[in-house]
Design a protein around this ligand. Structure first.
Ligand code: FE2
Length: 367
């Protein structure tokens, strides 16, 4: 992208088109000490209180900088590279990490090792990149005392507290308010589809595992969605279109969220999956439409539960898994409580945590 000038007007030229940049857009970005706080990069003025008739008296390109005198007496020197960055519609840090689709054949994925200064290390940067590629990452050697998972979560971002608490203990218990707290097998599902917004990332930390079952399973909802779109477009269309009611009820709260099983972004690309067939209630639609919906949901469920897409592994004590709850489905095999304890601790964090940390580490290591 190039910046060009013509008679006190500033243009951007991306090779295929040339358009004028609004003078007010440039005026909002003045960055002298009196206009922008150096530390926070926050404006020291309110652009909504400026005169809207801003124009340019003089503009000049000086190597890497665009120098402008505005008609309200303010002068500014803007970095051309920074202006160019703003023409990318997407978040260049996160969206530039391409998702790797995976299925049961996934092999040789790197596990990370917890170490001193972990949260500020280059290793943490690489971990987060891997997380965005695959939708999950496993970290070994995480301390297991004093609910360390909370410190882990808060060292990347902030714990997203829910009605299950700041963190939750996953072990079988009497009178459970969720099947997670039994020793039953759990089919692949996403967590908490009844919340708005749905928690983005689930952390699960294995504290104890003295049982032979209780294997963890993961399915890439992105892979399955793409396959559904390719092979069964009618099913894909109805599952992206129909919004269903997800509901959670216990003695203290009733949570509800009405959303599709497959949610797309504004540009129709993959955004999020929700799947928890014990909790979803489709609205009353025309019988023919419901026919199609039920066939589509059955197909999707068969795919999610198929061995073709699932990886299964055992979490060992001190292992912590971080998984994208908007992309992956997780489950577990059943286990026998007589054999001993199976004890995991879990909590949620949101994407602003991982995104913020990743941008920070990129800046720190100049990557
Ligand atoms: Fe779960």
């Amino acid at each position: 992208m190039k910046i060009e000038l013509n008679q006190n007007k500033v243009f951007y030229n991306n090779g295929s088109e040339k358009k004028e940049i609004h003078p007010f857009w440039l005026r909002e970005r003045v960055n002298g000490e009196e206009y922008l706080d150096k530390g926070t990069q926050q404006r020291l003025f309110d652009p909504t209180s400026l005169n809207s008739n801003i124009s340019i008296n003089k503009a000049n390109i000086n190597e890497k900088y665009l120098e402008i005198d505005f008609n309200d007496g303010v002068t500014s020197k803007l970095e051309i590279d920074k202006i160019a960055l703003e023409f990318s519609k997407e978040d260049i840090v996160i969206k530039s990490i391409e998702k790797t689709k995976w299925d049961a054949g996934l092999k040789n994925i790197k596990n990370f090792q917890y170490q001193d200064n972990f949260y500020e290390s280059k290793e943490m940067h690489d971990l987060l990149v891997s997380f965005y590629k695959y939708g999950f990452v496993i970290i070994k050697n995480i301390p297991t005392s004093k609910n360390y998972i909370v410190e882990f979560a808060n060292s990347i971002g902030s714990v997203r507290r829910t009605n299950f608490g700041e963190y939750f203990n996953v072990k079988s218990k009497p009178d459970p308010n969720d099947l997670a707290y039994t020793s039953l097998a759990l089919a692949p599902h996403t967590d908490n589809p009844y919340r708005n917004p749905v928690p983005c990332i689930q952390l699960l930390h294995c504290i104890e595992s003295k049982v032979s079952g209780g294997l963890s399973s993961l399915v890439d909802g992105y892979t399955v969605t793409e396959e559904l779109r390719r092979k069964f477009p009618e099913f894909y269309d109805i599952l992206t279109e129909v919004k269903v009611r997800f509901k959670f009820v216990d003695k203290e709260v009733i949570l509800e969220n009405i959303s599709p099983l497959i949610e797309l972004d504004d540009d129709k690309s993959f955004k999020q999956v929700r799947f928890s067939p014990r909790l979803d209630y489709v609205p009353i639609l025309d019988k023919e439409k419901l026919d199609l919906y039920y066939q589509a949901r059955k197909k999707l469920s068969d795919m999610y539960n198929s061995e073709k897409y699932k990886i299964e592994f055992k979490l060992e004590p001190e292992d912590l898994i971080m998984m994208d709850n908007h992309r992956l489905l997780h489950g577990r095999t059943s286990y026998e409580t007589k054999q001993g304890e199976r004890f995991l601790q879990g909590c949620y964090i949101d994407f602003d945590s991982t995104e913020g940390k990743l941008r920070h580490l990129k800046r720190k290591f100049n990557l």
